[in-house]
Ligand binder design. Sequence first.
Ligand SMILES: Nc1ncnc2c1ncn2[C@@H]1O[C@H](COP(=O)(O)OP(=O)(O)O)[C@@H](O)[C@H]1O
Ligand SMILES: CC(C)(COP(=O)(O)O)[C@@H](O)C(=O)NCCC(=O)O
Ligand SMILES: [K+]
Length: 260
Amino acid sequence: MVLTIDIGNTTIGIGGFQGNKLLFIEKLSSRRPLSDAGYIEKLNMILNKHGLSAEAFEGSMISSVVPSVTAVFSSALETFLGRKPLILSHKLDLGYEICTEFPEKVGCDRLADIAGAISRYSLPFVTIDLGTATTFNVLDENRRFLGGLILPGVGTAHRALLGKTAQLPKGDIHMPAHTIGANTQECITGGMLLGNACAIDGLIRRIQTELGQKATVVATGGYATTVIPHCETKIHIDQNLLMKGLRSIYENNTSTGSPD
Ligand SMILES: Nc1ncnc2c1ncn2[C@@H]1O[C@H](COP(=O)(O)OP(=O)(O)O)[C@@H](O)[C@H]1O
Ligand SMILES: CC(C)(COP(=O)(O)O)[C@@H](O)C(=O)NCCC(=O)O
Ligand SMILES: [K+]
């Protein structure tokens, strides 16, 4: 079994795989960092909850876009499993070529999303990750990662809007009833959800024009299920895309890994 860890700017996801089967996925906040002893305690609790023990895991793999948490979590995993985790970087065998200007600068979550999509969706494809930021990541038909786009995430934009204005009310953004909001809260909800959905439709159209062909589109991240249903483009939602990518990369870069 393999533990996969996704350290994002809001959430730390912890997944457990047996072969290519995802047994569990648990979430911690990355906003309140813990000590390595704190993370070891959380890992113990998670495995206990699922009736598993550390001995059952042959290794682990981390994707992190929060450098300050990477070192602490890595040290916690080394103590917990008795083996250093594999840490995702552009230097590993990802199953595709990075053709951006500075491969070392690309967020590891973007690299893992692409790896998760590569054996599951037809090429070319675009992965969209709606987390703290929203990222678009384009893989062409020759398995070349060309780059993409980075936008403020839905929650990030919403918090910025409320933080920079005096009169806008706090409130949840769920289903907009219609496009023409009849009160302030409806206007904000529509702006956030339909605004992001239309941005996605428009950007996918432009990406396809630039590629010169249609692309498969797959979305993941905390806001995927809230925003994607409002898009006109056909988009697959795969909440575990990143974790699946981490497992594939682990298998491709360790000799003990079992194939897909
Ligand atoms: N099931 C869900 N439905 C709606 N929003 C969610 C859900 N899960 C998480 N979120 C929201 O998504 C955001 C975090 O997304 P996530 O993909 O975990 O971010 P990151 O990868 O940047 O840490 C949070 O602001 C949270 O409120
Ligand atoms: C764009 C991101 C902030 C997204 O992070 P997330 O929303 O998943 O927490 C992260 O992928 C990152 O720090 N990227 C580095 C720059 C780049 O990817 O080009
Ligand atoms: K993410």
